[in-house]
Write a protein that binds this ligand. Structure first.
Ligand code: ADP
Ligand code: ZN
Length: 519
């Protein structure tokens, strides 16, 4: 015999089966128990609260910070015949009135609401006047300052929810490092809740990370070769780079559209709509784009700049291949990314502890970039899962060549030391190569014992050495003095020749689209 939940799954949503553990989560909520759901993007979190909202008496209240998406979700539900509505700052006065009337008359099955709206006394009074079937707190990581998307309104949710002690609550997120998880449990009082922590592997996504050379050309070669007519997302750090990259891809004949917070609201909405509705649109965006975007057939996610943490990387790349068909997560990064990122972190107005955590997160991300074994293993380990080498990442498919970089590392570190730990990689490399630059004569660096001791490697190869030394924490980028490199305490054993340093040899051609394309 079909349960109510199964009947609704097939009759309303048109699916035949629950994905595990959707059914258990739904059963628990239907019985009035609380739940914490940590499920990767695309796993099917919405169903976990939508079905109980329909099955149970009363209105399901769904808290979401993603105002832009409420409209879409509500329209989609209405098309399926579900009585859904939303309350946020975009509504006209009479629309708002109509929704409030529907709540009072118990006509709604689901109400999507922005957190800042829910915590208003007026809204609380309104909700007290009717029956509530459940509270769903979507994007629950927003409650944590350790998460990448803290929202202060989320801190007040608990005290609102406590005014409805009979109503089960479910918190959902795709972000799940241990610290964020603990914060969610504490701040939303989920100690007694059922915890569902789902597998994080996305086997259909192929992970590829290469060294940045000519970023745009590399991107073009990648798209041309692997995804010539596919929909994809290209992430850049700055708005300026979003605009220039989108314009450039468009010139190359691709349907590329920009998306960032600096664009007029209408342009943003129009570009998002085209991405969702047309085939083969590439959206070039800052991280402002994509939270909660439900487009199943995104075939690639490309990063032209380094994400600031493994969570961010996982979440952003997770927007590829939600339909389960193969997809690519492609990224290029270079030393300058690390320097930019550290500078941004230093300039942010968080406290010292916050900055320390951010810095540790970045280190983990760098570790993922520089690893020469399976990337998926490292990624999953970060989320507490053990796995075998995957066979579907660049390192598994083309194992990187490693070389004994001990001597090169010693030279690099000594040269940083001899130049007084006051210069960036460019200058130190010039000294190693014995170049005659103005800066070198200005500082008299041709007199140093390390001048010209590195001629056996090319400029590019030294760059790779420095990048890897920074990534491993042997060199530290001093953001207070324009990215000067300093020695870390851990580099002593390397300098004394007591530690072997095995470095990745960066591929010079092919594989990651580093080939120059003729135009
Ligand atoms: P999340 O919020 O976890 O990122 P969604 O709730 O948006 O994921 O679901 C992702 C996609 O999977 C949606 O297109 C959704 O309709 C689909 N989906 C969810 N549950 C099922 C199911 N049991 N069977 C088939 N498709 C499902
Ligand atoms: Zn692998």
């Amino acid at each position: 015999m079909l349960t109510d939940a199964q009947r609704i799954l097939s009759e309303v949503f048109g699916y035949d089966q629950f994905r595990s553990p959707q059914d258990q989560i739904i059963d628990g909520l239907n019985c009035g128990r609380d739940a914490l759901v940590i499920m990767p993007t695309g796993g099917g979190k919405s169903m976990c609260y939508q079905i109980p909202s329909i099955v149970r008496e009363g209105v399901g209240v769904i808290v979401s910070p993603l105002i832009a998406l409420m409209q879409d979700q509500v329209s989609a539900l209405r098309l399926l015949g579900v009585e859904a509505a939303f309350l946020n700052s975009t509504l006209e006065f009479d629309q708002q009135r109509a929704t409030e009337d529907a709540i009072r008359d118990s006509r709604l099955q689901m109400l999507y609401i922005a957190p800042e709206r829910l915590i208003q006394p007026r809204t609380i009074a309104l909700l007290k006047s009717c029956k509530i079937s459940l509270f769903a707190i979507d994007e629950a990581h927003c409650v944590s300052q350790w998460g990448h998307d803290f929202r202060s309104d989320y801190l007040q949710l608990d005290s609102v929810l406590n005014q409805f002690p009979q109503v089960p609550r479910v918190a959902l997120t795709a972000t799940a490092d241990e610290r964020t998880r603990q914060d969610i449990i504490e701040r939303l009082h989920l100690q007694q809740a059922d915890h569902y922590i789902c597998g994080f592997d996305r086997p259909n996504i192929q992970y590829r990370i290469a060294q940045k050379q000519t970023a745009k050309q590399q991107l073009l070669a990648f798209i041309k070769r692997d995804h010539p007519r596919d929909a994809g997302i290209v992430y850049c750090m700055s708005r300026k780079r979003v605009d220039s990259t989108a314009a450039w891809l468009a010139q190359q004949g691709y349907k590329a559209l920009p998306y960032h917070a600096g664009l007029p609201v209408q342009t943003r909405a129009a570009n998002q709509q085209r991405f969702l509705r047309e085939d083969g649109v590439i959206i070039v965006a800052t991280i402002a784009f994509g939270m909660g975007i439900d487009k199943p057939d995104v075939r690639f996610v490309a990063h032209l700049d380094l994400p600031k943490s493994v969570e961010a990387y996982y979440q952003e790349t997770g927007r590829a291949g939600r339909d389960g068909a193969s997809a690519t997560a492609w990224m290029v990064y270079g030393l300058q990314d690390v320097i930019n990122m550290r500078q941004m972190m230093a300039a942010s107005n968080g406290n010292e502890e916050f900055k320390r955590v951010e810095s540790m997160r970045l280190d983990a991300m760098l570790g993922l970039c520089e690893i020469s074994s399976c990337r998926r293993q490292v990624l999953l380990r970060y989320f507490g899962e053990e796995a075998e080498p995957c066979g579907n990442c660049d390192n598994c498919l083309t194992p990187p060549v490693v070389w004994d970089g001990s001597l090169a590392a010693q030279k690099a570190l000594s040269c940083v030391y001899r130049t007084g730990q006051r210069f960036g990689a460019n200058h130190v490399i010039d000294v190693l190569l014995g170049k005659e630059s103005d800066k070198i004569s200005q500082y008299g660096h041709s007199q140093l014992s390390t001048f010209g001791i590195g001629r056996e490697l090319k400029d590019k190869e030294w760059r790779s050495v420095f990048r890897q030394l920074v990534a491993r924490g042997l060199l530290v980028v001093d953001v207070d003095s324009w990215g000067a490199l300093k020695l870390a305490a851990s580099c002593r054993s390397v300098l004394r020749g007591e530690e072997e340093i095995s470095l990745r040899r960066d591929p010079v051609t092919k594989q990651d689209g580093t080939r120059k394309t003729r135009r």
